[in-house]
Design a protein. Structure first.
Length: 250
């Protein structure tokens, strides 16, 4: 079973952080937290992650941990990842594009062989897409307003989705806590039942016999409580823990 992940955006002054929340699966074997988190964040390097952990950007169950912490089932792992707007926003850049053909739906460009098509790791500017963005905005000034409106809708949708995810996460966590409390109550009830059963067994006739005592019965099956209950010549049965003896009173 894979871990659950929640993503939200938090703004701190002028810096933006992506809040990544993971839940360790119940069947997860112990693993170093830096290795476990790195496997779940695309493009994350071990060195960058360890620096973030050392700086306190990673918590497990609300507490800051070290890189060598070993994961445990149901651990809640939160990592605050810095979001650099230079890497996440497409910035229009003026450049000479060799546009062979263009209409409302299609644009044919003679791209230089050494030009990167779109921004990516290590190439955040100077790409073909940066130039196309500038070209389109220069031809359609109103496009900026439309893009701003779309961006506002996207931000609102992201916040709404984040709030719903947090609500559902809180609800699931509450159900999980209630389940743990219920299991604990069942365990206490089982312990009480075991203690009661032990007391009942200690009071049983068989328990008395197992402690080395014996029960003497007359021929009619009644227990002999005192010497006057029998007389010479009476047959009695002596019950022991594992078997019995027949005897005659002299």
């Amino acid at each position: 079973m894979s871990s659950e992940q929640e993503i939200s955006i938090e703004e701190n002054n002028e810096e933006v952080y992506e809040r990544l929340v993971f839940m360790v699966d119940k069947g997860q074997e112990p693993m170093r937290i830096d290795k476990w988190v790195q496997m779940r964040i695309e493009g994350m390097t071990r060195n960058k992650l360890q620096n973030g952990i050392d700086a306190g950007f990673l918590t497990v169950n609300g507490k800051v941990v070290k890189s060598n912490y070993k994961t445990r089932p149901f651990d809640e792992v939160v990592y605050m990842s810095y979001v650099n707007p230079d890497y996440t926003e497409l910035k229009p850049e003026k450049m000479d594009l060799d546009i062979v053909y263009e209409d409302d739906a299609v644009m044919v460009i003679n791209k230089p062989a050494n030009m990167v098509v779109h921004p990516g790791i290590g190439n955040y500017t100077g790409t073909l897409l940066n130039g196309v963005a500038y070209h389109l905005l220069s031809q359609n000034p109103d496009l900026n307003e439309e893009l701003a409106f779309i961006d506002a809708l996207r931000t609102r949708a992201k916040r709404t989705l984040t709030m719903r995810l947090e609500r559902e996460s809180d609800r699931i966590k509450s159900l999980f806590d209630r389940r743990i409390a219920f299991v604990h109550r069942i365990k206490l009830a089982e312990e009480d039942l075991q203690h009661l059963l032990a007391r009942v067994r200690s009071l049983s006739p068989q328990s008395t016999l197992e402690r080395g005592y014996a029960v003497v019965q007359r021929a009619d099956g009644q227990a002999v409580r005192k010497a006057n209950d029998v007389k010479n010549g009476d047959r009695v049965r002596i019950r022991l823990a594992e078997d019995s003896l027949d005897a005659t009173i002299n």
